[in-house]
Design a protein around this ligand. Sequence first.
Ligand code: SAM
Length: 286
Amino acid sequence: MKKTNCQVSRGTAKRSKKPFFDAKDLRIIRDDFINTLAISPSSVDLTVTSPPYGVDVKYGNYDDGVPYSEYLEFTRRWLAKCLYLTKSDGRLCLNIPLDKNKGGQQSVYADVETVARQVGWRYHTTIIWNEQNISRRTAWGSWLSASAPFVIPPVEVILVMYKGSWKKTSGSGRSDISRDEFMSWTNGFWEFNGRDNAEPETNPVWTFGGESRKKIGHPAPFPIELPMRCIKLFSFVGDTVLDPFAGSGSTMIAARQTNRVGIGVDIDRKYCELALARIKQLSLLV
Ligand SMILES: C[S@@+](CC[C@H](N)C(=O)[O-])C[C@H]1O[C@@H](n2cnc3c(N)ncnc32)[C@H](O)[C@@H]1O
């Protein structure tokens, strides 16, 4: 599998309430999300994130190859923390793979959805994201033989959940989604380029110079289109949008471009620096 991912932290970051960066409507927090004290309880309207996947890829100083049971325990802890920080009518958009085959087949989506409900999240829907990334098709198992072939779905999902009530009553009540966007995005099959082509040059609003993940400097940035769609579909203008695994800051960029308050957390200082640099380059600081 070509895709790389990020480490599951073991909570070694220094604990502080002081953010790495704090400006009007934008906060970057360098910390372990599970233990951070820098975000107020019941303050978040929408979380959009792509957590570490635990696919055994060596990443810088880190290794995300924890046993699957440990990965699910990490998932349980961060999902519980996220619920605690979310308003009663708040929502969660969680980008995860359907499954994984590295280190043994696991039904990641089914397991994460189960854990999310166990900690108190309620299920709303699942969006299928067709990344249009055929380069993922690398493992065949037993070639041309029924002995042990591998079937690999070239899609990911966005699991949509909520805390207390799906009907949103808090916030400005102001939506900024167009008719065409609404009609297209409420069809739960989304097709746009994935991480290898994270930000298409063709869309000047969402672009970061059309750079690849290599150029962006993060192994797994999702395209800004992903948080952009989630934010416009599921939150009001002025809402607080959180990414607990902010990486290169894609969710914060989308939040700033749509006049939401963006909060991003990452355990790695170099990604906090990268996120800030991208936001500055796009002149999104107010
Ligand atoms: C899949 S990447 C997110 C990429 C991001 N969506 C983007 O567009 O760049 C996951 C991120 O989680 C961070 N991370 C891992 N464990 C963490 C933890 N316990 N708390 C906060 N961040 C963590 C990693 O440093 C990595 O940048």
